[in-house]
Design a protein around this ligand. Structure first.
Ligand code: C5P
Length: 407
């Protein structure tokens, strides 16, 4: 993979933390690529990282002294860990070993890298690298989930041959891939001053106090869109159904459970917003009555009577002061035809369609691919991490939103 050169190189402060894994050698190339893109890079290394590559290599490539000690009298006077954390626009831990991932997940701060992680207020990326068995271990996966809940963004790991002779997932992402991701997700101001309302996750339609009808939506796409819009400078409100995700900080998050609650939360805010993105998987049908007591098991078959829920998206698009309205379409077949029918049927400005029920992507996956349609236009966003996909979709929405407002 080559890094696509940006027209205007960004002057970005990248704090690169290198942990002790054989992939540390790849980080030398990462420093070179980042500097080529106009970034200023400062490197910190754990003690074991220095066993793999000499700090001198990173000093020469970054043009800055390399930091290794948490308690260094001279460094504290010049640029201590708090100053380093303040200086950073982004903290990248690459390679991130199982040990450092575990320390960060549990808030330990016994070396420079884990302390910087705690002190950093900027976005944090981790590019894990480890043996495939270590990566697959339940405790590592729990640590990853914990960090994802704290807004850490993961790049890789990739699958393939490993330095230990095994094959599997655990190879650090290639430097070009890491660099590209950082540049694509740079903080921008393309949505500065714009109000964005996003709905995410599933809804629960209660049959009785203990049973409900729901769907497989995880809310990951909607949450990624909220983060991406916020990074682009927008003022974001997120209406979320019941999900297992940590709400992004600094956002106005409204928690709802049922389709009717989501309807009220969205409609009451929609005419005061500039862009509405309906990423939620709203139930189309809800039980006609919710029984007050738990329904008892009976021998004979019973019938559940349903009524149609109100279509939030279509009603938002019909508002007198309708915002720029973007819908989602999850389809198992005839994706383009169904998506285009929804675009015109619900009078939307844009629709993002994805396949569901397939091996890769869709519900509850960290990855997805989207086909985007608008009046007289379309675009394909190939299979990638949902955070990256969200960034690309926000860019597309912004372009179309600006075009519509110019007319
Ligand atoms: O028509 P369909 O439900 O397939 O369209 C999906 C889109 O409509 C999604 O953007 C979803 O958030 C939205 N929707 C809605 N209210 C409903 C059902 C779906 O806003 N009751």
């Amino acid at each position: 993979m080559t890094v696509t050169n940006l027209e205007t190189p960004i002057k970005k402060h990248v704090l690169l933390a290198i942990c002790g894994g054989i992939a540390a050698y790849k980080s030398a190339e990462l420093v070179r690529l980042l500097r080529k893109q106009g970034c200023e890079v400062r490197v910190v290394m754990t003690h074991s990282a220095r066993e793999f590559v000499s700090p001198l290599t990173f000093q020469a490539l970054s043009g800055n002294p390399v930091h290794t000690e948490l308690l260094d009298v001279e460094e504290e006077n010049a640029m201590g860990h708090i100053n380093l954390a303040r200086w950073a626009d982004v903290l990248v831990i690459a390679p991130a070993t199982a040990n450092t991932i575990a320390k960060c997940a549990h808030g330990l701060a016994d070396d420079l890298v884990s302390t910087l992680f705690l002190a950093a207020t900027c976005p944090v990326y981790m590019a894990p690298a480890m043996n495939q068995a270590m990566w697959n271990k339940t405790i590592t996966q729990e640590n990853i989930r914990q960090l994802e809940g704290c807004e850490v963004l993961f790049i890789g790991p990739n699958a393939g041959d490993q330095a230990c002779g095994e094959t599997g997932k655990g190879r650090m992402a290639e430097p070009a891939e890491i660099c590209q991701r950082l540049l694509l997700e740079s903080k921008s101001d393309i949505l500065q001053g714009v109000k964005v309302l996003i709905s995410a996750g599933p809804t629960r339609e209660y049959i009785d106090p203990v049973r409900y009808i729901t769907n497989r939506s995880s809310g990951k796409m909607g949450f990624a869109l909220a983060r991406a819009a916020s990074r682009a400078g927008a003022q974001v409100s997120l209406v979320s159904g019941p999900v297992n995700l940590q709400p992004p900080p600094h956002l106005d998050v409204i928690h709802v459970e049922t389709a009717a609650q989501m309807y009220d939360a969205v409609i009451s805010r929609a005419s005061k917003t500039d862009i509405y993105i309906g990423a939620a998987a709203v139930a189309d049908y809800s039980p006609r009555v919710m029984e007050k007591e738990k329904v008892k098991k009976k021998d004979s078959l019973t019938t559940l009577l349903l009524h149609k829920t109100k279509d939030i998206l279509a009603d938002v698009a019909q508002l007198k002061n309708a915002p720029f309205t973007v819908g989602f379409a999850a389809e198992t077949n005839d994706l383009a035809a169904y998506a285009q029918a929804k675009l015109s049927g619900k009078k939307l400005d844009m629709i993002a369609a994805n396949w569901v029920g397939r091996e890769q992507g869709g519900f509850d996956s960290n990855q997805n691919a989207l086909e985007i349609f608008w009046k007289n236009g379309k675009a394909s966003l190939p299979m990638t991490d949902k955070n990256q996909l969200a960034e690309q979709l926000i860019n597309l929405i912004t372009t179309r939103f600006n075009e519509k407002n110019r007319i």
